[in-house]
Design a binder for this molecule. Structure first.
Ligand code: CTP
Length: 410
């Protein structure tokens, strides 16, 4: 079941009497687990005060484009990137018109243009305005732009008229917003994901590791769960909190990771190796802390088993996806890994690029398989993971369909 736990929602409030329901909506979104930031238009502040929205959301409300104080905290572009979903409720006829025409004359409309997050509007207006051909044309344009339209409901209106144009109730909006996160493309499938670094002990206090925050792997596991999969996340040591809705197996070394993955692989449909597994480990870890004596020291290293290649080599191998962290010749090395590890897909990134990769919230990927190359441009890791999971789902289903048709022709 989908939830809004850890989901980041920007709630846009525009001018309309239904704005009084927005405070309740914030509370209900937060009750469902979401982190909510509120952006209000000037007109919205005539109906409900920013102070109320600040109190219920627990964060300062964003009101103006050129607010030096707000921009020094979370500026509008940052807010646009931060969001998993931008929900505008209530959305006035004027705001829908602006959205349809790509206007950017205030903070909320600018943010809507700047975001890559999913978007939804909950229209609220007089029934004549709703039925007006111009509003309906604007809605079609907005819908074409992949903006979900929630409602409106029909009934008696604040203006005394009866008809369509009432904003949906907050509980209904929470349910519909939750639905935005379930693509269903991996419904019922079993997915195993590795994430984070591994720690290869030299002695009880020292070890060898790789640079990896685990964020990309966790985002991939979350995106797979969102798409309906039963997920097992095998994680090396990270500072990240355990995601909801999946089985987490915490390990330390590459050998532990290998064992945990193999323990959970039977019946698995898709394996995604995002972990930065140490290629080598000390041949023998000292039982006690090593003391310094000589000027130089040699530690003999032995190769760790390649987890990804071992999964791809299974008789009943799942659809296998590897990651490649490179500092040069990204596509070339990705192609070599695709062949050498005999995997279905390699997601490669250039870790030398500024502002993406290690310790960053952002990343870009090059997807390389036998069919060609797909470039996923720089995005927040959460969004990028979703796009990656959709690509994996498509390729997984396409491979299954190709195999089925091969059997049918025998
Ligand atoms: N991998 C793995 N087990 C290992 C080493 C790597 O499962 N022992 C997986 C990683 O999770 C990743 C992929 O292999 O999906 C590529 O890892 P990378 O370190 O980039 O490549 P290597 O094969 O180690 O090659 P090199 O270090 O020479 O670039």
């Amino acid at each position: 079941m989908a939830t809004l736990v850890h989901k980041r929602i920007v709630l846009g409030v525009t001018g309309g009497i239904a704005a009084y329901k927005s405070a309740d909506l914030v509370r209900r979104l937060r009750d469902a687990g979401a982190d909510v930031r509120v952006v209000m238009t000037q007109a919205a502040t005539e109906f409900i005060t920013p102070l109320t929205m600040q109190a219920v959301s627990g964060h300062p409300v964003h009101l103006h484009m050129l607010d030096a104080e707000a921009e020094s905290g979370m500026g509008h572009i940052e807010l646009a990137r931060w969001a998993d979903v931008v929900l505008v409720a209530p959305a006035s006829a004027n705001f829908i018109a602006k959205l349809a025409h790509g206007r950017a004359d205030d903070l909320l409309s600018t943010l809507c243009l700047a975001t890559e997050a999913r978007m939804a509007v909950a229209p609220a207006m007089n029934q004549q305005m709703w039925q007006n051909a111009a509003t309906q044309a604007n809605l079609i344009a907005v819908h074409k732009n992949s903006v979900a339209v929630f409602g409106p409901a029909s009934g008696s209106q604040a203006c005394g008229e009866v008809g369509p144009g009432r904003m949906l109730e907050p509980t209904e909006l929470v349910e519909l917003t939750t639905g935005l996160f379930t693509s269903g493309s991996l419904e019922g499938l079993r997915v195993v994901v590795t994430a984070g670094p591994t720690w290869e002990a030299i002695d009880p206090v020292r070890g060898i590791t790789n640079r990896s925050s685990g964020r990309m792997g966790y985002a991939v596991a979350e995106a797979a769960a969102e798409a309906g999969a039963n997920v097992v996340l095998v994680s090396g040591p990270t500072m990240l909190t355990d995601p909801e809705r999946m089985t987490i197996v915490r390990v330390s070394s590459g050998r532990e990771m290998y064992a945990a993955v193999h323990e959970h692989i039977s019946g698995c449909d898709i394996f995604v190796g995002v972990a930065a597994v140490c290629d080598y480990r000390p041949k023998k870890a000292a039982a006690q802390k090593l003391k310094k004596h000589a000027d130089t020291m040699t530690i003999e290293l032995v190769k760790n088993e390649d987890i990804l290649a071992s999964i791809a080599a299974l008789a009943e191998a799942p659809f296998t996806v590897g990651f490649a962290a490179e500092t040069e010749n990204v596509e070339g090395y990705a192609r070599t890994k695709l062949k050498e590890k005999a995997v279905d897909l390699i997601a490669a990134n250039d870790v030398s690029a500024q502002g993406s990769g290690f310790e960053s919230d952002y990343n870009r990927l090059l997807l390389v398989d036998k069919h060609g190359v797909i470039e996923l441009p720089r995005q927040h890791k959460t969004q990028l993971a979703r796009t990656l999971i959709e690509c994996i789902a498509q390729k997984y289903h396409a491979k299954g369909a190709a195999q089925d048709s091969r059997y049918a022709h025998r």
